[in-house]
Design a protein around this ligand. Structure first.
Ligand code: GLU
Length: 280
């Protein structure tokens, strides 16, 4: 897997250099929320989702969301070393944007009506589907097999919501803070299945330490249209991000990011969505 080498150390050194020389780029451009001034931009990502948003042991970041975020930031006028990635867990995303902790969020963040009451979205930039991950020898193959089974998902995710509202109301749903915790639970036997987007589950299943232990059920239980979240009302940023996403697709950087990040997991992604085209 190709790694983005954006170390915290190099970002800090650059930030100090920029502050010291007061040449932090166009300050007027990003003086609002999510900017620390001095030409830095704060972007929310996941830290524990291999292939999407992962903080590596050396402090660098990798994943499709990281590549999309880095491309978008470049189009907004920020080099990779001007980016500060901030962890935004599923349940924290709306609040992080409302508080102005980050300028935008690229964190497997599905666009839906409930969230649109609190935040605005650019995109979509990827279409994923909810699926189940189980142990290799499990006999769970469909949603109805989950009745009375221990099913893990994450607080504040559409995945957990869909279980309750829709396809497995009789499962014993356990909600953790992040998917890596669910995966640890699956490995230890504390839970029988993990549910979230197939893109995320494929990334975990391909990890060296889990290879050959898990399988995806291959169910398309929902449509998850990944958007880039911005603060409610910041339509100027939405427009700029949409322009950047269109360019990322047309100049094939989107294809490269797919290849780099989903190739190792052998994840069969959907084609690039059209901006504004939400699959219900
Ligand atoms: N895409 C889904 C969501 O936005 C599940 C993945 C996640 O929790 O980030 O809730």
């Amino acid at each position: 897997m190709k790694l983005r080498k954006v170390t915290a150390a190099s970002a800090t050194v650059l930030a100090l250099a920029l502050t010291a020389t007061a040449c932090g780029g166009d300050d007027s451009k990003e003086s609002s929320s999510g900017s620390t001034g001095g030409g830095q931009i704060k972007i929310g990502i996941k830290y524990d989702q291999p292939g999407l948003g992962l903080k590596e042991p050396d402090g660098s970041f990798s994943g499709f969301d990281v590549d999309v975020a880095t491309y978008v930031a470049k189009e907004l006028g920020y080099k990779p070393d001007q980016i500060e990635f901030v962890e935004t867990k599923s349940a924290d995303r709306e609040n992080a944007l409302a508080r102005g902790d980050v300028k935008f969020i690229a964190a497997t963040y599905s666009i839906n009506d409930e969230r649109k009451k609190k935040v605005d979205f650019a995109g979509p930039y990827l279409l994923a589907h909810q699926d189940l991950l189980v142990k290799k020898d499990s006999d769970i193959t469909k949603a109805t097999d989950l009745n009375d089974k221990k099913l893990c998902s994450v607080t504040g995710s559409t995945s957990a919501q869909n279980v309750k509202n829709d396809f497995a109301p009789k499962a014993q749903l356990q909600q953790y803070g992040g998917y890596s915790e669910c995966i640890a639970g699956l490995q230890s036997g504390a839970v029988d299945a993990v549910t979230t987007d197939d893109s995320i589950l494929a990334g975990f299943a391909a990890q060296e330490q889990y290879k050959g232990q898990f399988k995806l059920a291959g169910l398309k239980l929902s449509n998850e249209n990944y958007g880039i979240g911005v603060k409610k009302g910041d339509s100027a940023t939405v427009d700029k991000i949409n322009t950047a996403l269109e360019k990322m697709v047309s100049d094939k950087a989107w294809d490269k990011a797919v290849q780099d990040n989903f190739g190792p997991a052998d994840y069969k992604n959907e084609p690039a969505p059209k901006i504004g085209n939400i699959v219900k």
